[in-house]
Design a protein around this ligand. Structure first.
Ligand code: AFP
Length: 303
């Protein structure tokens, strides 16, 4: 039995969630190969007004078809779809949220990008991140990496082309207290709170690491510690990242790895979404540094 199968068996996850994780894992090598023929950007824009890459629409079509034809998913929300997809004749109860391809502006530069998926065993997609049953992401870098949490820690796998299956990369990821950070947003749009956060990082000797692919930057923080931030900006208080598709699944994973996700004031996993494309400011990373960021925000508010 392969390492991913062993993990899924050990996880105690509901059988339909296991089936969906398996279905997605089986698609990753095909998605990876598709980058070669999908290097262009389209004239179309997604629901957040961002330019779509050919690979965005390709990955979206593949995964929407895969999940909606699985017979396991009742409701599906994708970052690349304007509206919620309901599958009333499905025999399953799962609500699935996904960013089929995160970091698409990096496709032409061959930097790492990936797919993010969150799975709720039942109910709808507008649930708190803490209610997720499982979350996972793939990362297409020098290796195809799969990071999975079913609520019992976090395990990472790498695809071994010689074996044709995933092997364990890290058995039980715990995020360390590191000193790396990456921040989105133009400097002249930073709020006083965010400016103070960055000043703190500079004073403490943090190193900058930011690629423009949330899933890749997140993975780096998960391994080395520190934080990734896309904050509230002047003129854009909601920031840029999406609560359902990006913040919640990766927030669930970091929480399982002993880290935290916050908007600077509160734990994002406790926020009930009101719309599928809702955006939120994000700070995600090591517990100590996220607590410090919340402290800085509270000091500024009380000043
Ligand atoms: P998509 O590729 O899914 O549209 O996501 C891109 C993204 O939301 C996130 O992955 C990046 O961290 C962020 O945007 C980069 O934004 P900037 O280009 O403003 O730095």
């Amino acid at each position: 039995m392969g390492a991913l199968e062993e993990y899924l068996e050990w996880s105690n996850l509901p059988v339909d969630i296991i089936r969906l994780i398996r279905l997605f894992a089986n698609e990753t090598e095909m998605l990876r190969k598709a980058f070669l023929k999908n290097q262009t950007y389209c004239s179309g824009r997604n629901a957040s007004g961002e330019q779509q890459a050919a690979m965005d629409t390709f990955a979206d079509k593949v995964l929407v078809d895969l999940f909606s034809n699985s017979g396991l998913v009742r409701e599906l929300a994708s970052e690349e779809q304007d509206s919620l997809i309901r599958i009333p004749d499905s025999s399953g109860t799962i609500a699935l949220v996904m960013d089929p391809l995160d970091g698409s502006s990096l496709i032409q530069t061959n930097l790492a990008v990936g797919s993010i998926i969150g799975l709720y065993a039942d109910g709808d997609v507008l649930q708190k991140g803490k209610n997720l049953t499982a979350a996972l992401y793939s990362l297409y870098g020098p290796m195809t990496v799969l990071v999975v949490s079913g609520g019992k820690g976090v395990r990472s796998f790498a695809f071994d082309p010689d074996v044709g299956d995933f092997v364990v990369l890290c058995q039980d990821i715990m995020i360390p207290e590191g000193k790396q950070y990456g921040t989105g947003g133009l400097r002249n749009e930073w709020t006083p709170e965010h400016t103070s956060v960055i000043r703190y990082c500079n004073d403490m000797g943090f190193k900058i690491r930011y690629s423009g692919s949330f899933v890749a930057d997140f993975h780096q923080i998960l391994v080395y510690g520190g934080f990734y931030g896309y904050p509230s900006l002047i003129g854009r208080p909601e920031g840029k990242l999406r609560l359902l598709f990006e913040a919640n699944p990766l927030g669930f994973i970091v929480d399982q790895a002993g880290g935290r996700i916050s908007d600077g004031r509160r734990n994002l996993l406790l926020v009930t979404p009101t719309s599928i494309h809702q955006k939120t400011p994000i700070y995600v990373g090591s517990t100590g540094v996220i607590e410090k960021i919340e402290e800085i925000y509270a000091e500024k508010r009380d000043a």
